[in-house]
Design a protein around this ligand. Structure first.
Ligand code: GSH
Length: 251
């Protein structure tokens, strides 16, 4: 059985299937793509995923994309501890929260991340090389995101709306983690994996919003997930300072 995961740092979408595979104890070949080097738009990778986005999982002759759907596939296709509750209500909650993370919270955090991190990380490179790199991006929406990040043209209005959504998302998460141990109920699930990938660095990126005083339940939840052996192993696969930031959750 051949299992290859194409991914970037354990973070956001890439980290979701990485952590799900680790939790299940599935051995996989890791194929690291450097997003800041545009590896995801290389001809070799476009043969795997013509959209030029990561992650992608190749299981035998099957190519799977979309990080949340990949996590659900991993949970069902491989042996190991179940990462979805048996109870229908808790399973609904798991899916409700994953949809909220993916559709509301993640795009807002991502816009801020692309504005303050991705753009500044690449924009000092040769302008012609960057222009050619943008032109090679297959999806128009990704071309727009890269262009705004590189040329610093996110509008103040859209950034403000993203900041508002991050504040709303953080408050909702704090509230439900005050009511139950894990996002979907009494058992650790894919929703926690999804949320951790999205939010592990929230206390660093948004210190006024997310900290021990304002959001004690989120902080305890992040520390509990980071204490899991699978999380430690996954973040040890990171190659950059982006992933090593997770260490602030130690102790
Ligand atoms: N909805 C997709 C989104 C995939 C996606 O856009 N991933 C980002 C990285 S987190 C990406 O590949 N960006 C590359 C690019 O824009 O060039 C998923 O969840 O897998």
């Amino acid at each position: 059985m051949a299992i290859t995961l194409y991914h970037w740092e354990p973070n956001a979408n890439s980290g979701k299937p990485m952590l799900a595979l680790m939790e299940k104890g599935v051995v996989f070949d890791s194929h690291y793509l450097d997003l800041l080097n545009f590896d995801q738009h290389s001809p070799d990778y476009l043969k795997i995923n013509p959209n030029g986005t990561i992650p992608a999982l190749v299981h035998d002759d099957r190519v799977l994309t979309e990080s949340t759907a990949i996590m659900e596939y991993i949970d069902e296709a491989f042996p190991g501890p179940s990462l979805s509750p048996d109870n229908p209500e808790e399973r609904w909650r798991m899916r409700w929260w994953m949809r909220f993370f993916d559709q509301y919270f993640a795009p807002a955090l991502s816009m801020i991340g692309w504005s303050v991190f991705v753009g500044p990380s690449v924009r000092t490179r040769d302008p012609e090389t960057l222009k050619a790199a943008i032109e090679r991006i297959p999806l128009k929406e990704r071309r727009i995101a890269w262009s705004k990040a590189i040329y610093n043209t996110f509008s103040e209005e859209e950034l403000e709306e993203s900041r508002r959504r991050v504040a709303v998302g953080t408050a909702c998460l704090e509230q439900i983690l005050g009511e139950r141990r894990w996002v979907a109920g009494p058992t650790y699930s894919l929703a926690d994996i999804n949320g951790f990938n999205l939010g592990y660095a929230l206390p660093l990126a948004q210190p006024a919003l997310c900290n021990d005083k304002e959001t004690p339940h989120i902080m305890a939840w992040l520390r509990a997930i980071y204490a899991r052996p699978a999380t430690k192993k996954t973040w040890a696969m990171g190659r950059t300072q982006m992933a090593s930031r997770v260490k602030f959750l130690e102790g």
